[in-house]
Design a binder for this molecule. Sequence first.
Ligand code: ATP
Ligand code: MG
Length: 295
Amino acid sequence: MTQQHQYPSRYPATGKPPRMEEKQTITTARVPRILAIANQKGGVGKTTTAVNLATAMCAVGKRVLLVDLDAQGNATTGLGIKRADIRRSTYDLLFGEANARDIAVETKVPGLHVVPSSIHLSGAEIELVGAENREYRLRDSLRVPLPYDYILIDCPPSLNLLTLNAMVATDSIVVPLQCEFFALEGLSHLVKTIERVKKSYNPKLEIHGVVLTMFDQRNNLSGMVASDVRKHFGDKVYETVIPRNVRVSEAPSFGLPAIVYDMRCPGAQAYIHLAREVLKRERAISGDGSGIQAA
Ligand SMILES: Nc1ncnc2c1ncn2[C@@H]1O[C@H](COP(=O)(O)OP(=O)(O)OP(=O)(O)O)[C@@H](O)[C@H]1O
Ligand SMILES: [Mg+2]
């Protein structure tokens, strides 16, 4: 058989091998791996983790879509996207016909796109209550072939229907945990919820890992909480600990991830380590670490 005769079966659309950009679309539009960043407790570092983990993953060549599922929109503004410029948002992902690929906007971070949050999202919870297929809406719009390796979902600080949608859509959950008193109490509630979602809606749901955030070395309590959490969750807790670092908290007001704002600061360095650890676990899960699974 000559080379020419092979083309029609290998490249049915044109009968010719694709040009480079066409080839990209053909080879990369798979269902991305999805990681939800969740903890119903407010202010524990979900958004900071989502933004910086996504950025660090892009720095090692992954294509990442960050879905801002919180009406506060901190991930959106923290990535320099102005509210006034948002045309379509996560709301449209939940209720519209629009595809994630069409809604996603570029950020200053190469390889990182975001589905922004908008004010409409604040009513979404109530609208979802009476909606058909209400638990599966996010899953149905994200579990489709898309040109990303990973989708990260920044969840709101509650266990409402939006968070439930994230838990149903996701492969795995990254739980940021602030090193403070009562941290474990809230966590047991989260774990029970994850178990319930696993039983009823998403049998493959797993906790990817627990990340200790805002660790303060000078504070004994931080160390005590950290060792309690490790005793309880064992190797589910990432080795990387995110220190409390003022540069990390300054970065969002400049519309930048801490990793771009000040790559050398201890917080940014910790998030780079965390991304390595997350991707290492991913390699163990998927076998090749591509983050890509078959459609
Ligand atoms: N490592 C850190 N060092 C210092 N400040 C931090 C750190 N991580 C987060 N912060 C700050 O703590 C606050 C809460 O963080 P973040 O917004 O990431 O939490 P969250 O869990 O997403 O909050 P919410 O529940 O409101 O969505 C923010 O002001 C953030 O800048
Ligand atoms: Mg947040």
